[in-house]
Ligand binder design. Structure first.
Ligand code: NAP
Length: 286
């Protein structure tokens, strides 16, 4: 099987590194298509690709194409790729929002070629190829989207390949994907940004707060150190779902504000216990 990876940053590079570990047993050849010559050299040195090319027509032999560019470039890249795809080729992406991408991609794909939206639920604050890791996806969820237009065979092929990469595949409708990631990925980013900015804009005690900030503040705000450009793309392309979660969060925070104002220890405790129970059920007591 020939695999192309368009965009060799954190996610594209990690896909390459992982696939290359499996290349022999799965009989895979991995071609990387970044935008700079240096990236091809670097990806070869790191063992993330077999071959590299700056020419998008190099996807022409590929059975599967992963588009791993910033979100706003996924559809433009797909448009460039389409004229070169062979019959039966499957294209997937890794963009953090899905409804718009999947809707447009399904309109664009020519007969006999297939698009299945994807999103690995793994990442870190550092981006670019230097940060890529072969085991980034180990044990992580990887969402693939399914609509009435999705080819079952293409979905199954990707499910098998991604499972071989160590991830747990979850198949979701694109809208449910967007709501899901708004709740557990995009909202933590929104809150981390708002929390850090609240402290940095404090009229009183700002210096002391920043000096005293310890592990609690660090853990709660870790994602605010991520790539600002990715944050912009996320909030612009998943606006509807994020706004609905912000509304729900405001109501939850107002409820907490109310019971704190009332000095209602019983209610405060009930809210704390409820949150602890849910969080512990996901992560244990860590
Ligand atoms: P990244 O490390 O910045 O990688 C993006 C890559 O795309 C870079 O290597 C960049 O090239 C390349 N690129 C930019 N414009 C290009 C073009 N015109 N042609 C070819 N390549 C181009 O970002 P990332 O974190 O891997 O994110 C990539 C995608 O993964 C995004 O859609 C994001 O939503 C998704 N995602 C990210 C995370 C995360 O935690 N970071 C998690 C899940 C999904 P240069 O190296 O030359 O700049």
């Amino acid at each position: 099987m020939n695999i192309a990876i368009v965009g060799l940053g954190l996610i594209g590079g990690s896909i390459g590194l992982r696939l290359k570990l499996k290349a022999e047993s799965l009989k895979l050849k991995v071609i990387g298509i970044p935008r700079r010559d240096e990236t091809i050299e670097q990806a070869k040195e790191r063992g993330a690709i077999d071959e590299g090319s700056l020419n998008i027509s190099s996807v022409s032999d590929s059975d599967i194409v992963f588009i791993c560019t910033p979100i706003n470039l996924i559809i433009p890249k797909l448009k460039e790729i389409i004229p070169h795809l062979k019959k039966g080729a499957i294209v997937t992406d890794v963009g953090s929002s899905k409804s718009e991408i999947v809707k447009e991609a399904q309109i664009l794909m020519p007969k006999g070629t297939y698009f299945v939206g994807g999103h690995p639920m793994a990442g870190k604050e550092k981006v670019k190829l230097e940060a890529a890791e072969a085991d980034l996806f180990q044990g992580a969820a990887w969402i693939l989207t399914q609509t009435s237009k999705t080819s079952k065979k293409a979905l199954e092929t990707l499910q098998n390949l991604i499972s071989d990469m160590g991830a747990d595949v979850l198949v979701l409708d694109p809208k449910l994907h967007d709501l899901t990631v708004a709740g557990i990925s995009h909202m933590p980013l929104a809150l981390a940004v708002a929390l850090v900015n609240t402290v940095s804009e404090a009229k009183e005690g700002k210096d002391e707060m920043l000096k005293c900030a310890s592990s609690g503040f660090r853990d709660t705000t870790r994602v605010a150190s991520g790539d600002p450009e990715l944050g912009v793309d996320i909030f612009v392309t998943n606006k509807k779902a994020v706004l609905s979660q912000i509304k729900a969060f405001k109501s939850s925070l107002s409820n907490l504000e109310k019971v704190i104002k009332e000095g209602n220890s019983e209610q405060i405790s009930a809210l704390m216990k409820k949150a602890k129970e849910v969080r512990d059920s996901i992560y244990g007591q860590s």
